[in-house]
Design a protein around this ligand. Structure first.
Ligand code: PMP
Length: 443
């Protein structure tokens, strides 16, 4: 009964200790493992196990500094110091924390309009809508775009917020193999020729939903090929850029920037501010007509509190910096540093014989652990040596594809990464994770 009911409960780096030593523990204790990780280069992990079951832990109450490879902090803007902190503090004093209303009531500030304009410009789209939570951005936007009689086609590895939104919409859902354009075309052909089940009438509309960068796989969407299919089959293309915006592309503007394609060839560009921007919330970018429609039909925007002014300022300042508008070149430097760091770490791990999934430009680097028993051992051995990592297993992955997932940040120094490489190599030897050098070269 200790097996968590969703993948994310398995992500805690202390899960093993609970698994092996606390067999009588209640399930909610499993969720309360308090590994407090502050995003950034190094973190203090405060182990404050308070309940009775855990008193025997030898590390109770200890503070330990570790290199953090587990947080989405791609550009390092989540740091508590830096270019955003002063601006954010100023807004906290001038505006306070809360808007006290939804966008359609009293919760619209100039700062909302200003930030929406900047986000739309950044993404190369006509208009943008901001929502106070990334998860809700997906789950409530999809229901505003598709409904009964619509067809949604979804990558099999799409994030839970996308799956939830698709189900909420009441549309008919078809799934295609992860990032497999041939399978996608087969599904499209089949679904279009059949029409709606029972009536065989054509679909009201067809929404294709993919992610820019898949964070469990490190794979980049095959956008140019999908855009070709869009021309042929005339569907609405929805791309979730939670992990690619700010992290991918020479100007950090996500997958369109990476492939050099026109953002107007994608109908809906969605993204979150929780990763590269060190903030919170999400956005939808599209034509003015679509965004005006969503202002009335995105339920989390209509019925939920609007984004806090403090958060807006964090988004504005970090995006301004990425766009180079602050005149310092620091944003571009962060982008180059992230790209270099991702390549550096990925290349070294591959050369050492680890099986690494995903694209070589991905700042998310999944390292295969294969056997579920190695999940707890890997995180424990890393942490012992001063490295905080996220480990993932069933049901978030298949049983045999258990993995550690490293998130590289622009705020990691080369010394940090050399330390990471040393630690992971050592742990890889302890757990026999490395392939022969021949297999490694093929990897
Ligand atoms: N989409 C994707 C692809 C994600 O990975 C996540 C969260 N990691 C979300 C949406 C939800 O975003 P948030 O955490 O900002 O609510």
């Amino acid at each position: 009964h200790l097996m968590p009911s969703n993948g994310y409960a398995a992500l805690t780096s202390d899960w093993d200790s609970f698994w092996t030593r606390n067999r009588n523990m209640r399930i909610d204790d499993c969720f309360s493992v308090p590994t407090s990780l502050v995003p950034g280069r190094t973190v203090h992990m405060l182990e404050r196990y308070t309940n009775d079951y855990c008193r025997s832990f030898e590390f109770t109450g200890k503070l330990k500094e570790v290199v953090n490879l587990s947080s989405y902090n791609y550009l390092g803007f989540a740091q508590s110091t830096g270019p955003c902190a002063d601006a954010v503090e100023e807004v906290l004093h001038s505006h306070g924390l809360s808007c006290g209303g939804t966008r359609l009531e009293s919760g619209s500030l100039d700062l909302h309009t200003k930030t929406e304009e900047l986000v739309a410009e950044f993404m190369g789209k006509e208009s943008a809508l901001l929502v106070s939570m990334g998860y809700a951005t997906n789950s409530t936007t999809i229901a505003g775009l598709a409904s009964k009689g619509s067809l949604i086609i979804s990558d099999e590895l799409n994030h839970n917020s996308l799956v939830f939104g698709a189900r909420l919409s009441g549309a008919f859902i078809r799934v295609f193999k992860h990032n497999d354009v041939e399978d996608l075309e087969a599904v499209l052909r089949d679904a279009i020729s059949q029409g709606q089940p029972r009536t065989h009438r054509p679909w009201k509309n067809i929404l294709l939903i993919v992610e820019g960068l898949y964070s469990m796989e490190g794979t980049l969407v095959k956008l140019p090929e999908i855009i070709e299919l869009r021309k042929k089959y005339k569907f609405i293309l929805y791309v979730d850029e939670a992990h690619s915006v700010g992290a991918i592309g020479p100007r950090g503007r996500g997958v369109c920037d990476y492939y050099g394609v026109d953002p107007n060839d994608v109908d809906i560009l969605m993204g979150t501010f929780t990763k590269s921007f060190g903030a919170a919330g999400g956005y939808i970018c599209s034509s003015k007509a679509v965004i005006d429609h969503l202002r009335m039909y995105n339920h989390s925007s209509v019925y939920g509190e609007s984004i806090s002014p403090v958060v807006l300022q964090q988004i504005y300042t970090s995006m301004w910096s990425i766009m180079g508008r602050d005149g310092t070149g620091a944003g571009q430097e962060r982008l180059s540093r992230l790209a270099w760091n991702a390549r550096y770490l990925g290349t070294h791990l591959r050369k050492m014989g680890f099986i690494i999934y995903g694209d070589r430009d991905s700042p998310v680097i999944p390292l295969l652990l294969f056997h579920p028993a190695k999940i707890p051992a890997f995180s424990r051995e890393c942490r012992k040596r001063g490295l905080a990592v996220v480990v993932v297993g069933f049901p978030a992955t298949s049983i045999v594809a258990s993995r550690a997932r490293f998130c590289v940040s622009a705020s990691h120094t080369k010394d940090d990464l050399d330390f990471v490489i040393r630690v992971v190599s050592e742990v890889g030897d302890v757990l026999s994770l490395k392939m022969s050098s021949r297999t490694a070269l093929e990897n």
